[in-house]
Design a binder for this molecule. Structure first.
Ligand code: UDP
Length: 246
């Protein structure tokens, strides 16, 4: 069942359910030949807000096979709207869970995005974390021409393609190329390669448990303040929607 938060339709799944579903989606043997590669989006309040301003992004998000609530703000939003989601499913944790499962059966991942050199460092870290996982290719996210990138990915034919170009670039990339790519599943993951490569630190466990990851990121990267202002706007719009619904 889908849960509507300001017109973005989220899947009401727990992390375990989302991982199980991702494994089914990833299985290419059950997909008709030439069918587009399914993709997963992980919108936080900022992306939900952007969808209201950017129709192309809204369409790309709507075309996803699975839409997971990355931000605690989305979970609160759904609650305020009277249609609670089971839990926050952070995109980063979801991708790590998926790679742990892939590692167990020697599956492969292709890392796309971030500044030159970052994906390679992230690959090293993934090799340490999940020894059975095959990182079958990397590509930085600052390319001009898309065709050779698609060709490179198709040459590697990964089970999982992590698309880490930031929003809205990654969602638009996945939608535009789904029909010509050869991969099991794509996931749009923002700055995750920077985190894996150790360029950006993720909020410590305690902050995350208190649902304050967003505050930690703001303190570490104050330049995000402009983007973060979309969070109160998002919450105001949710409250407004709730009042109008009554
Ligand atoms: N990025 C990229 N190509 C671009 C623009 C951005 O590969 O043309 C990368 C950027 O280097 C960073 C990620 O996309 O690694 C976006 O990170 P951000 O922190 O904005 O994403 P978030 O995690 O907040 O969604």
């Amino acid at each position: 069942m889908k849960t509507d938060v300001l017109d973005v339709k989220f899947d009401g799944l727990t992390m375990q359910q989302a991982l199980d579903r991702a494994e089914v989606l990833m299985d290419r043997s059950s997909r008709p030949e030439g069918a587009p590669v399914p993709y997963v989006v992980t919108p936080n309040p900022e992306i939900v807000w952007l969808c209201r301003k950017n129709r192309d992004l809204a369409r790309a998000v709507a075309g996803a096979a699975m839409t997971l609530p990355d931000g605690i703000g989305v979970v609160y939003g759904a609650k305020i709207l009277g249609t609670p989601l089971p839990e926050r499913v952070a995109g980063f944790d979801f991708a790590m869970g998926l790679m742990a499962r892939l590692g167990q059966r020697g599956g492969s991942v292709f890392l796309l995005g971030a500044r030159p050199g970052v994906a390679e460092k992230a690959a090293e870290e993934l090799g340490r974390l999940y020894p059975g996982l095959v990182v079958c290719g990397t590509q930085d996210g600052y390319f001009q021409d898309e065709a050779p990138v698609v060709e490179k990915i198709n040459g590697a034919s990964p089970d999982l393609l992590l698309v880490c170009l930031g929003a809205p670039k990654q969602e638009l990339f996945m939608e535009r190329n789904a029909a010509r790519l050869d991969a099991g599943l794509m996931v749009g993951l923002g700055g995750s390669l920077d985190v894996l490569a150790g360029q950006v630190r993720r909020a410590p466990e305690g902050w995350r448990r208190l649902n304050l990851e967003w505050l930690y990121r703001l303190i570490k990267q104050p330049s995000r303040i402009g983007r973060m202002m979309r969070l109160p706007l998002f919450l105001l719009a949710v409250v407004r929607r709730r009042v109008l619904k009554k």
